[in-house]
Write a protein of this length. Structure first.
Length: 111
């Protein structure tokens, strides 16, 4: 069994009340948690764009802690094809939607 060992349990009156897990583990467990109906983008994503000059697609992937290999597998392309998409300034609508689905966000959040 691969039980996580990097969690923290917070007790209240001798009973478990909260569990704290690393953010990377949280994102893996709940990738759609970044989906926002209003199409907004978290500060962490924009930080990658502004400070590192990443494209939105790469910034989201990095922010979510997903490897190129993992995302490529999710959307059914090769890692090298994803690498090329990550440097593309303009994505076709179908490609943007496919990437967004693999990242667990809306296509609007990649624009």
């Amino acid at each position: 069994m691969n039980a996580p060992t990097n969690i923290q349990m917070i007790m209240e009156n001798g009973k478990p009340a909260f569990v704290v897990i690393p953010y990377k583990d949280y994102v893996k467990a709940f990738p759609a948690s970044e989906h926002r109906e209003d199409g907004s983008v978290p500060h962490g994503v924009m930080r990658f764009v502004l400070l590192h000059n990443y494209t939105m697609q790469r910034a989201w992937r990095e922010h979510l802690g997903i490897t190129q290999k993992e995302l490529a597998k999710r959307i059914g392309i090769t890692q090298s094809a994803l690498s090329q998409l990550e440097v593309s300034e303009k994505l076709q609508a179908a490609t943007r939607k496919k990437l967004a689905t693999g990242l667990g966000i809306s296509a609007a959040q990649l624009t």
